[in-house]
Design a protein around this ligand. Sequence first.
Ligand SMILES: [Mg+2]
Ligand SMILES: [Zn+2]
Length: 122
Amino acid sequence: MKEEKAICPKCLHLVEEEKELDYPYYCPTCDKNLYGFEVKSVKELCSLDKYVEIDLELLRAKRKHPKFPEDMFHQLAIMQEEAGEVTKAVLQYKYEGGSFEDIKSELIQTAAMCMRMLENLK
Ligand SMILES: [Mg+2]
Ligand SMILES: [Zn+2]
């Protein structure tokens, strides 16, 4: 059975199913046909646990604040507020004995807000 989302090992874009030639896949970016053993799966390429953390943070944020602004400047302000918290966490880590974990969780929160902005962008 084919991987649901096969990725070109060279350019890392999603490949398409080849319909005419005797290959399972075609990479439109590289203009090249690929065998099943050549393509990569999302699982192989992504550090999944980090993405799961971001996805969970996104779910938490949606539960806590179900409404997200439609205006992109307002969306940007929310995302950048989280990015500012990364700055604060890094400064506290460097100069005030802050924790490394705080930097990670602020980065995850920022990534989640980037995802939320992406989902709501129009
Ligand atoms: Mg935060
Ligand atoms: Zn490619």
